[in-house]
Write a protein that binds this ligand. Structure first.
Ligand code: GUN
Length: 283
């Protein structure tokens, strides 16, 4: 039987409706959530993300400010802007779009962001808080994945979850969120032996590898939930995930499409974090 398709656009819409309602309540107290998005250079994918973030802010009644800096911006100049935004009371969330040009040290820039405004949850303070399960900001993509899993009604506690990929942005925080919900979690990566065998144990598979067709039907246990975080282009330039969707959807119980799965959720969780930051800001 074919898997149920998890509709990321529909789940995302619900999250945004909730955020918009709560933003309206904050507005009654005179607080308008504000997000600053900083981009350095002209990376086409990043420009699309930034445009989408700006539009999403407007839709839920947030203030947003965009800072598009030239490719040759120095690290000192970028950090100076971050510090200015740290002090700006209209701004509750600061997002510096990654990747940054190679002459800028990403870690130094992230460390300069006030942890209370770090709506990406990339600052070491927030990463540490995620580790101990005491966090204000959810890492956006993993939090979006948790919402999608919740939308299936499948219980996470006690399940075997396999995360493929160990990045700081997705794989590692993803494993933590699953663990906080009492899953048994395995992280696979490029050095994992017998990867297919490990993935086949999973009740819930989350792939964040960045390779077209990486997860094949023989790697998936019948009835598993499959979440595809991959964002790749196939040989025809078409957007696709890591999972062989046509074949795996014949084996899985629930599966996310690409596009229309995890992608729309990430910005929704960013809005949620900006709202949280605004609600916690001092009057
Ligand atoms: N580049 C790709 N994804 C992200 C993200 O979630 N946050 C930031 N800041 N940059 C990104």
């Amino acid at each position: 039987m074919a898997a149920q398709i998890i509709d990321g656009r529909a789940v995302s819409k619900k999250v945004r409706q909730r955020v918009a309602q709560q933003a309206a309540q904050l507005a009654e107290r005179g607080i308008v959530p504000g997000l600053a998005v900083v981009i350095v250079g002209e990376d086409p994918a990043s420009l699309v993300y930034v445009r989408n973030k700006k539009r999403a802010c407007a839709e839920v009644g947030f203030y947003s400010a965009e800072y598009a800096l030239p490719q040759q911006t120095t690290q000192a100049e970028l950090i100076e802007l971050v510090r200015k935004l740290n002090r700006d009371e209209r701004i509750h969330g600061i997002l510096v779009q990654l990747p940054l040009p190679p002459h800028i040290d990403q870690k130094a820039v992230i460390a300069a962001i006030d942890p209370h405004k770090d709506v990406d949850a990339f600052h070491p303070v927030n990463v540490g808080r995620i580790m101990i399960g005491d966090y204000a900001f959810l890492p956006c993509t993993p939090a979006g994945v948790m919402e999608l899993i919740a939308s299936t009604g499948v219980e996470v506690a006690g399940k075997e979850c396999v995360v493929i990929g160990r990045s700081n942005i997705v794989g590692k925080p993803m494993a933590m969120l699953l663990l906080h919900q009492n899953a048994t979690v395995t992280i696979c990566h490029s050095r994992t032996r017998e990867l297919a065998q490990v993935v086949r144990r999973a009740d819930i598979v989350i792939s964040a590898v960045g390779r077209v067709g990486f997860v094949t039907a023989d790697m998936v246990k019948p009835g598993a939930v499959v979440i595809d975080v991959g964002m790749n282009r196939d040989q025809n330039g078409k957007l696709c995930g890591d999972v062989d969707f046509a074949a795996v959807s014949q084996v899985a119980s629930h599966i996310t499409p690409v596009p229309g799965g995890v992608g729309p959720m990430t910005i929704s969780m960013l809005l949620q974090n900006t709202l949280t930051a605004a609600g916690q800001a001092k009057d």
